[in-house]
Ligand binder design. Structure first.
Ligand SMILES: [Zn+2]
Ligand SMILES: [Zn+2]
Ligand SMILES: [Zn+2]
Length: 396
């Protein structure tokens, strides 16, 4: 099978059509298509492209997923898991964190922070378990690009490799991104069906007439103008179209034809199969935080890594002293194993972080209240800080 249509010599690049080339538009308007205010909606034009083994279901303009080969579960024994211990904050650190919190809120008065009496503080370690599954999906579609001449890599060079045998590596693990690859030996040069191989189409705006509805007067031929003698608006002849409502078409420059957008005027397109390799980092987490602070605050602050493990496929944590962690690690690991059947799992990472949370009880002006210091950044969560609007605001 040849990659070129009969009569096309790859050594002689096709000449693109340019405005003004070829015969002038016919003068009989009845031979022309209608003019329109809107460009045509993109109607996919499908060149006559042969079926290629391994790619039979591939269609133009639509990605078709290709199922990966089956993957065995992890083999052997789980690696030994050791966990890091964590330390908590003291009273002075909690007080400093509160000063910092107040200084970051320009509207908060510092008086309660200075005067509050810390009556109790309790260190808690919030646990944050994260499972990431870095997986790869492959889709194929037919694509085309203008053929500018020269040799192409067609089916005569051998059967194209099957989608999952084409080598491709991610730029970075655990980051979602995608790559596009032309499948070797799938290029075929086809006559452009978007323009019947002319390189041009009739201009949609003027329908080939070269003149279109005047945009200054909207086709009326007349515009309203203020007459100072009569002291009112009067209709006068449109200076742009001289009254006939038609002006030079700006879309085709008056030629009546526009370059074909499918082949960009080259009359031929090179059709090929485009493989898209999509790398996705599927991430799910579980937070165990036992104080009354909202749990999700733990997600975006730093803590200490208690355990981290990167494997082609991880084993769930089973021996951590907190049973909720073991149970949720098992739940997430088993749900990730079968959740994306059209993707191949490349790598998994599980992370268990300990995030320090200190619950501080204090009294101020006879009231008992609480705040929380969380994360290594020592952020403060204090929803009912007594002076949320300082004196400055009410005086000014
Ligand atoms: Zn036009
Ligand atoms: Zn006009
Ligand atoms: Zn074309």
């Amino acid at each position: 099978m040849s990659a070129y249509p009969p009569g096309l010599n790859p050594g002689q690049p096709p000449q693109p059509w340019n405005p003004g080339m070829g015969p002038p538009p016919p003068s009989d308007p009845s031979q022309l298509p209608p003019a329109s205010d809107q460009p045509p909606q993109n109607v996919p034009k499908i060149p006559d492209y042969p079926e290629i083994p391994g790619y039979v279901s591939v269609t133009f303009g639509k990605d078709t997923p290709v199922k990966p080969p089956p993957q065995p579960p992890p083999q052997g024994n789980p690696p030994p898991m050791t966990f890091t211990d964590l330390a908590n904050l003291d009273e002075e650190s909690c007080r400093q964190a509160m000063y910092q919190f107040v200084s970051e809120h320009c509207c908060y008065g510092s008086k309660p922070a200075k005067e509050m009496k810390i009556t109790d503080f309790k260190g808690i370690t919030a646990l944050h378990y994260i499972l990431e599954t870095f997986a790869e999906g492959r889709t194929t579609m037919n694509a085309h690009t203008p053929y500018l001449g020269g040799p192409v890599d067609g089916p005569e060079n051998g059967p194209p490799p099957l989608p999952w045998t084409i080598p491709c590596d991610p730029d970075q693990k655990f980051r979602t991104h995608s790559k596009k690859i032309e499948v070797p030996h799938t290029s075929v040069v086809c006559g452009c069906t978007g323009c019947d191989q002319r390189g041009w189409n009739w201009c949609w705006r003027c329908g080939g007439r070269g003149r279109a509805k005047c945009t200054t007067c909207g086709g009326d031929g007349r515009v309203q103008q203020y007459d100072s003698q009569q002291q009112r608006q009067v209709a006068v002849m449109c200076h742009r179209c001289h009254g006939d409502g038609l002006a030079l078409c700006m879309t085709c420059g008056g030629d009546g034809r526009v370059t074909c957008s499918t082949c960009q005027g080259y009359r031929f397109v090179r059709c090929y199969i485009l493989l898209t390799v999509a790398y996705t980092n599927h991430k799910e987490d579980f937070i165990l935080e036992t104080s009354d602070m909202p749990d999700e605050l733990v997600r975006n602050v730093s803590g200490t890594i208690i355990f981290e493990d990167v494997q082609p496929m991880v084993w769930p944590i089973t021996s951590y002293p907190v049973p909720e962690i073991n149970a949720n690690s098992q739940r997430l690991v088993s749900s990730h194993r079968g959740q994306w059947p059209s993707e191949k799992i490349l790598s998994q990472r599980q992370t268990l972080r300990g995030v320090p949370v200190t619950e501080v009880a204090y009294t101020w002006e006879g009231q008992s209240m609480r705040y929380w210091v969380y994360g290594k950044e020592r952020r403060v969560y204090c929803p009912d800080y007594p002076h949320q609007c300082c004196w400055g605001c009410s005086i000014l």
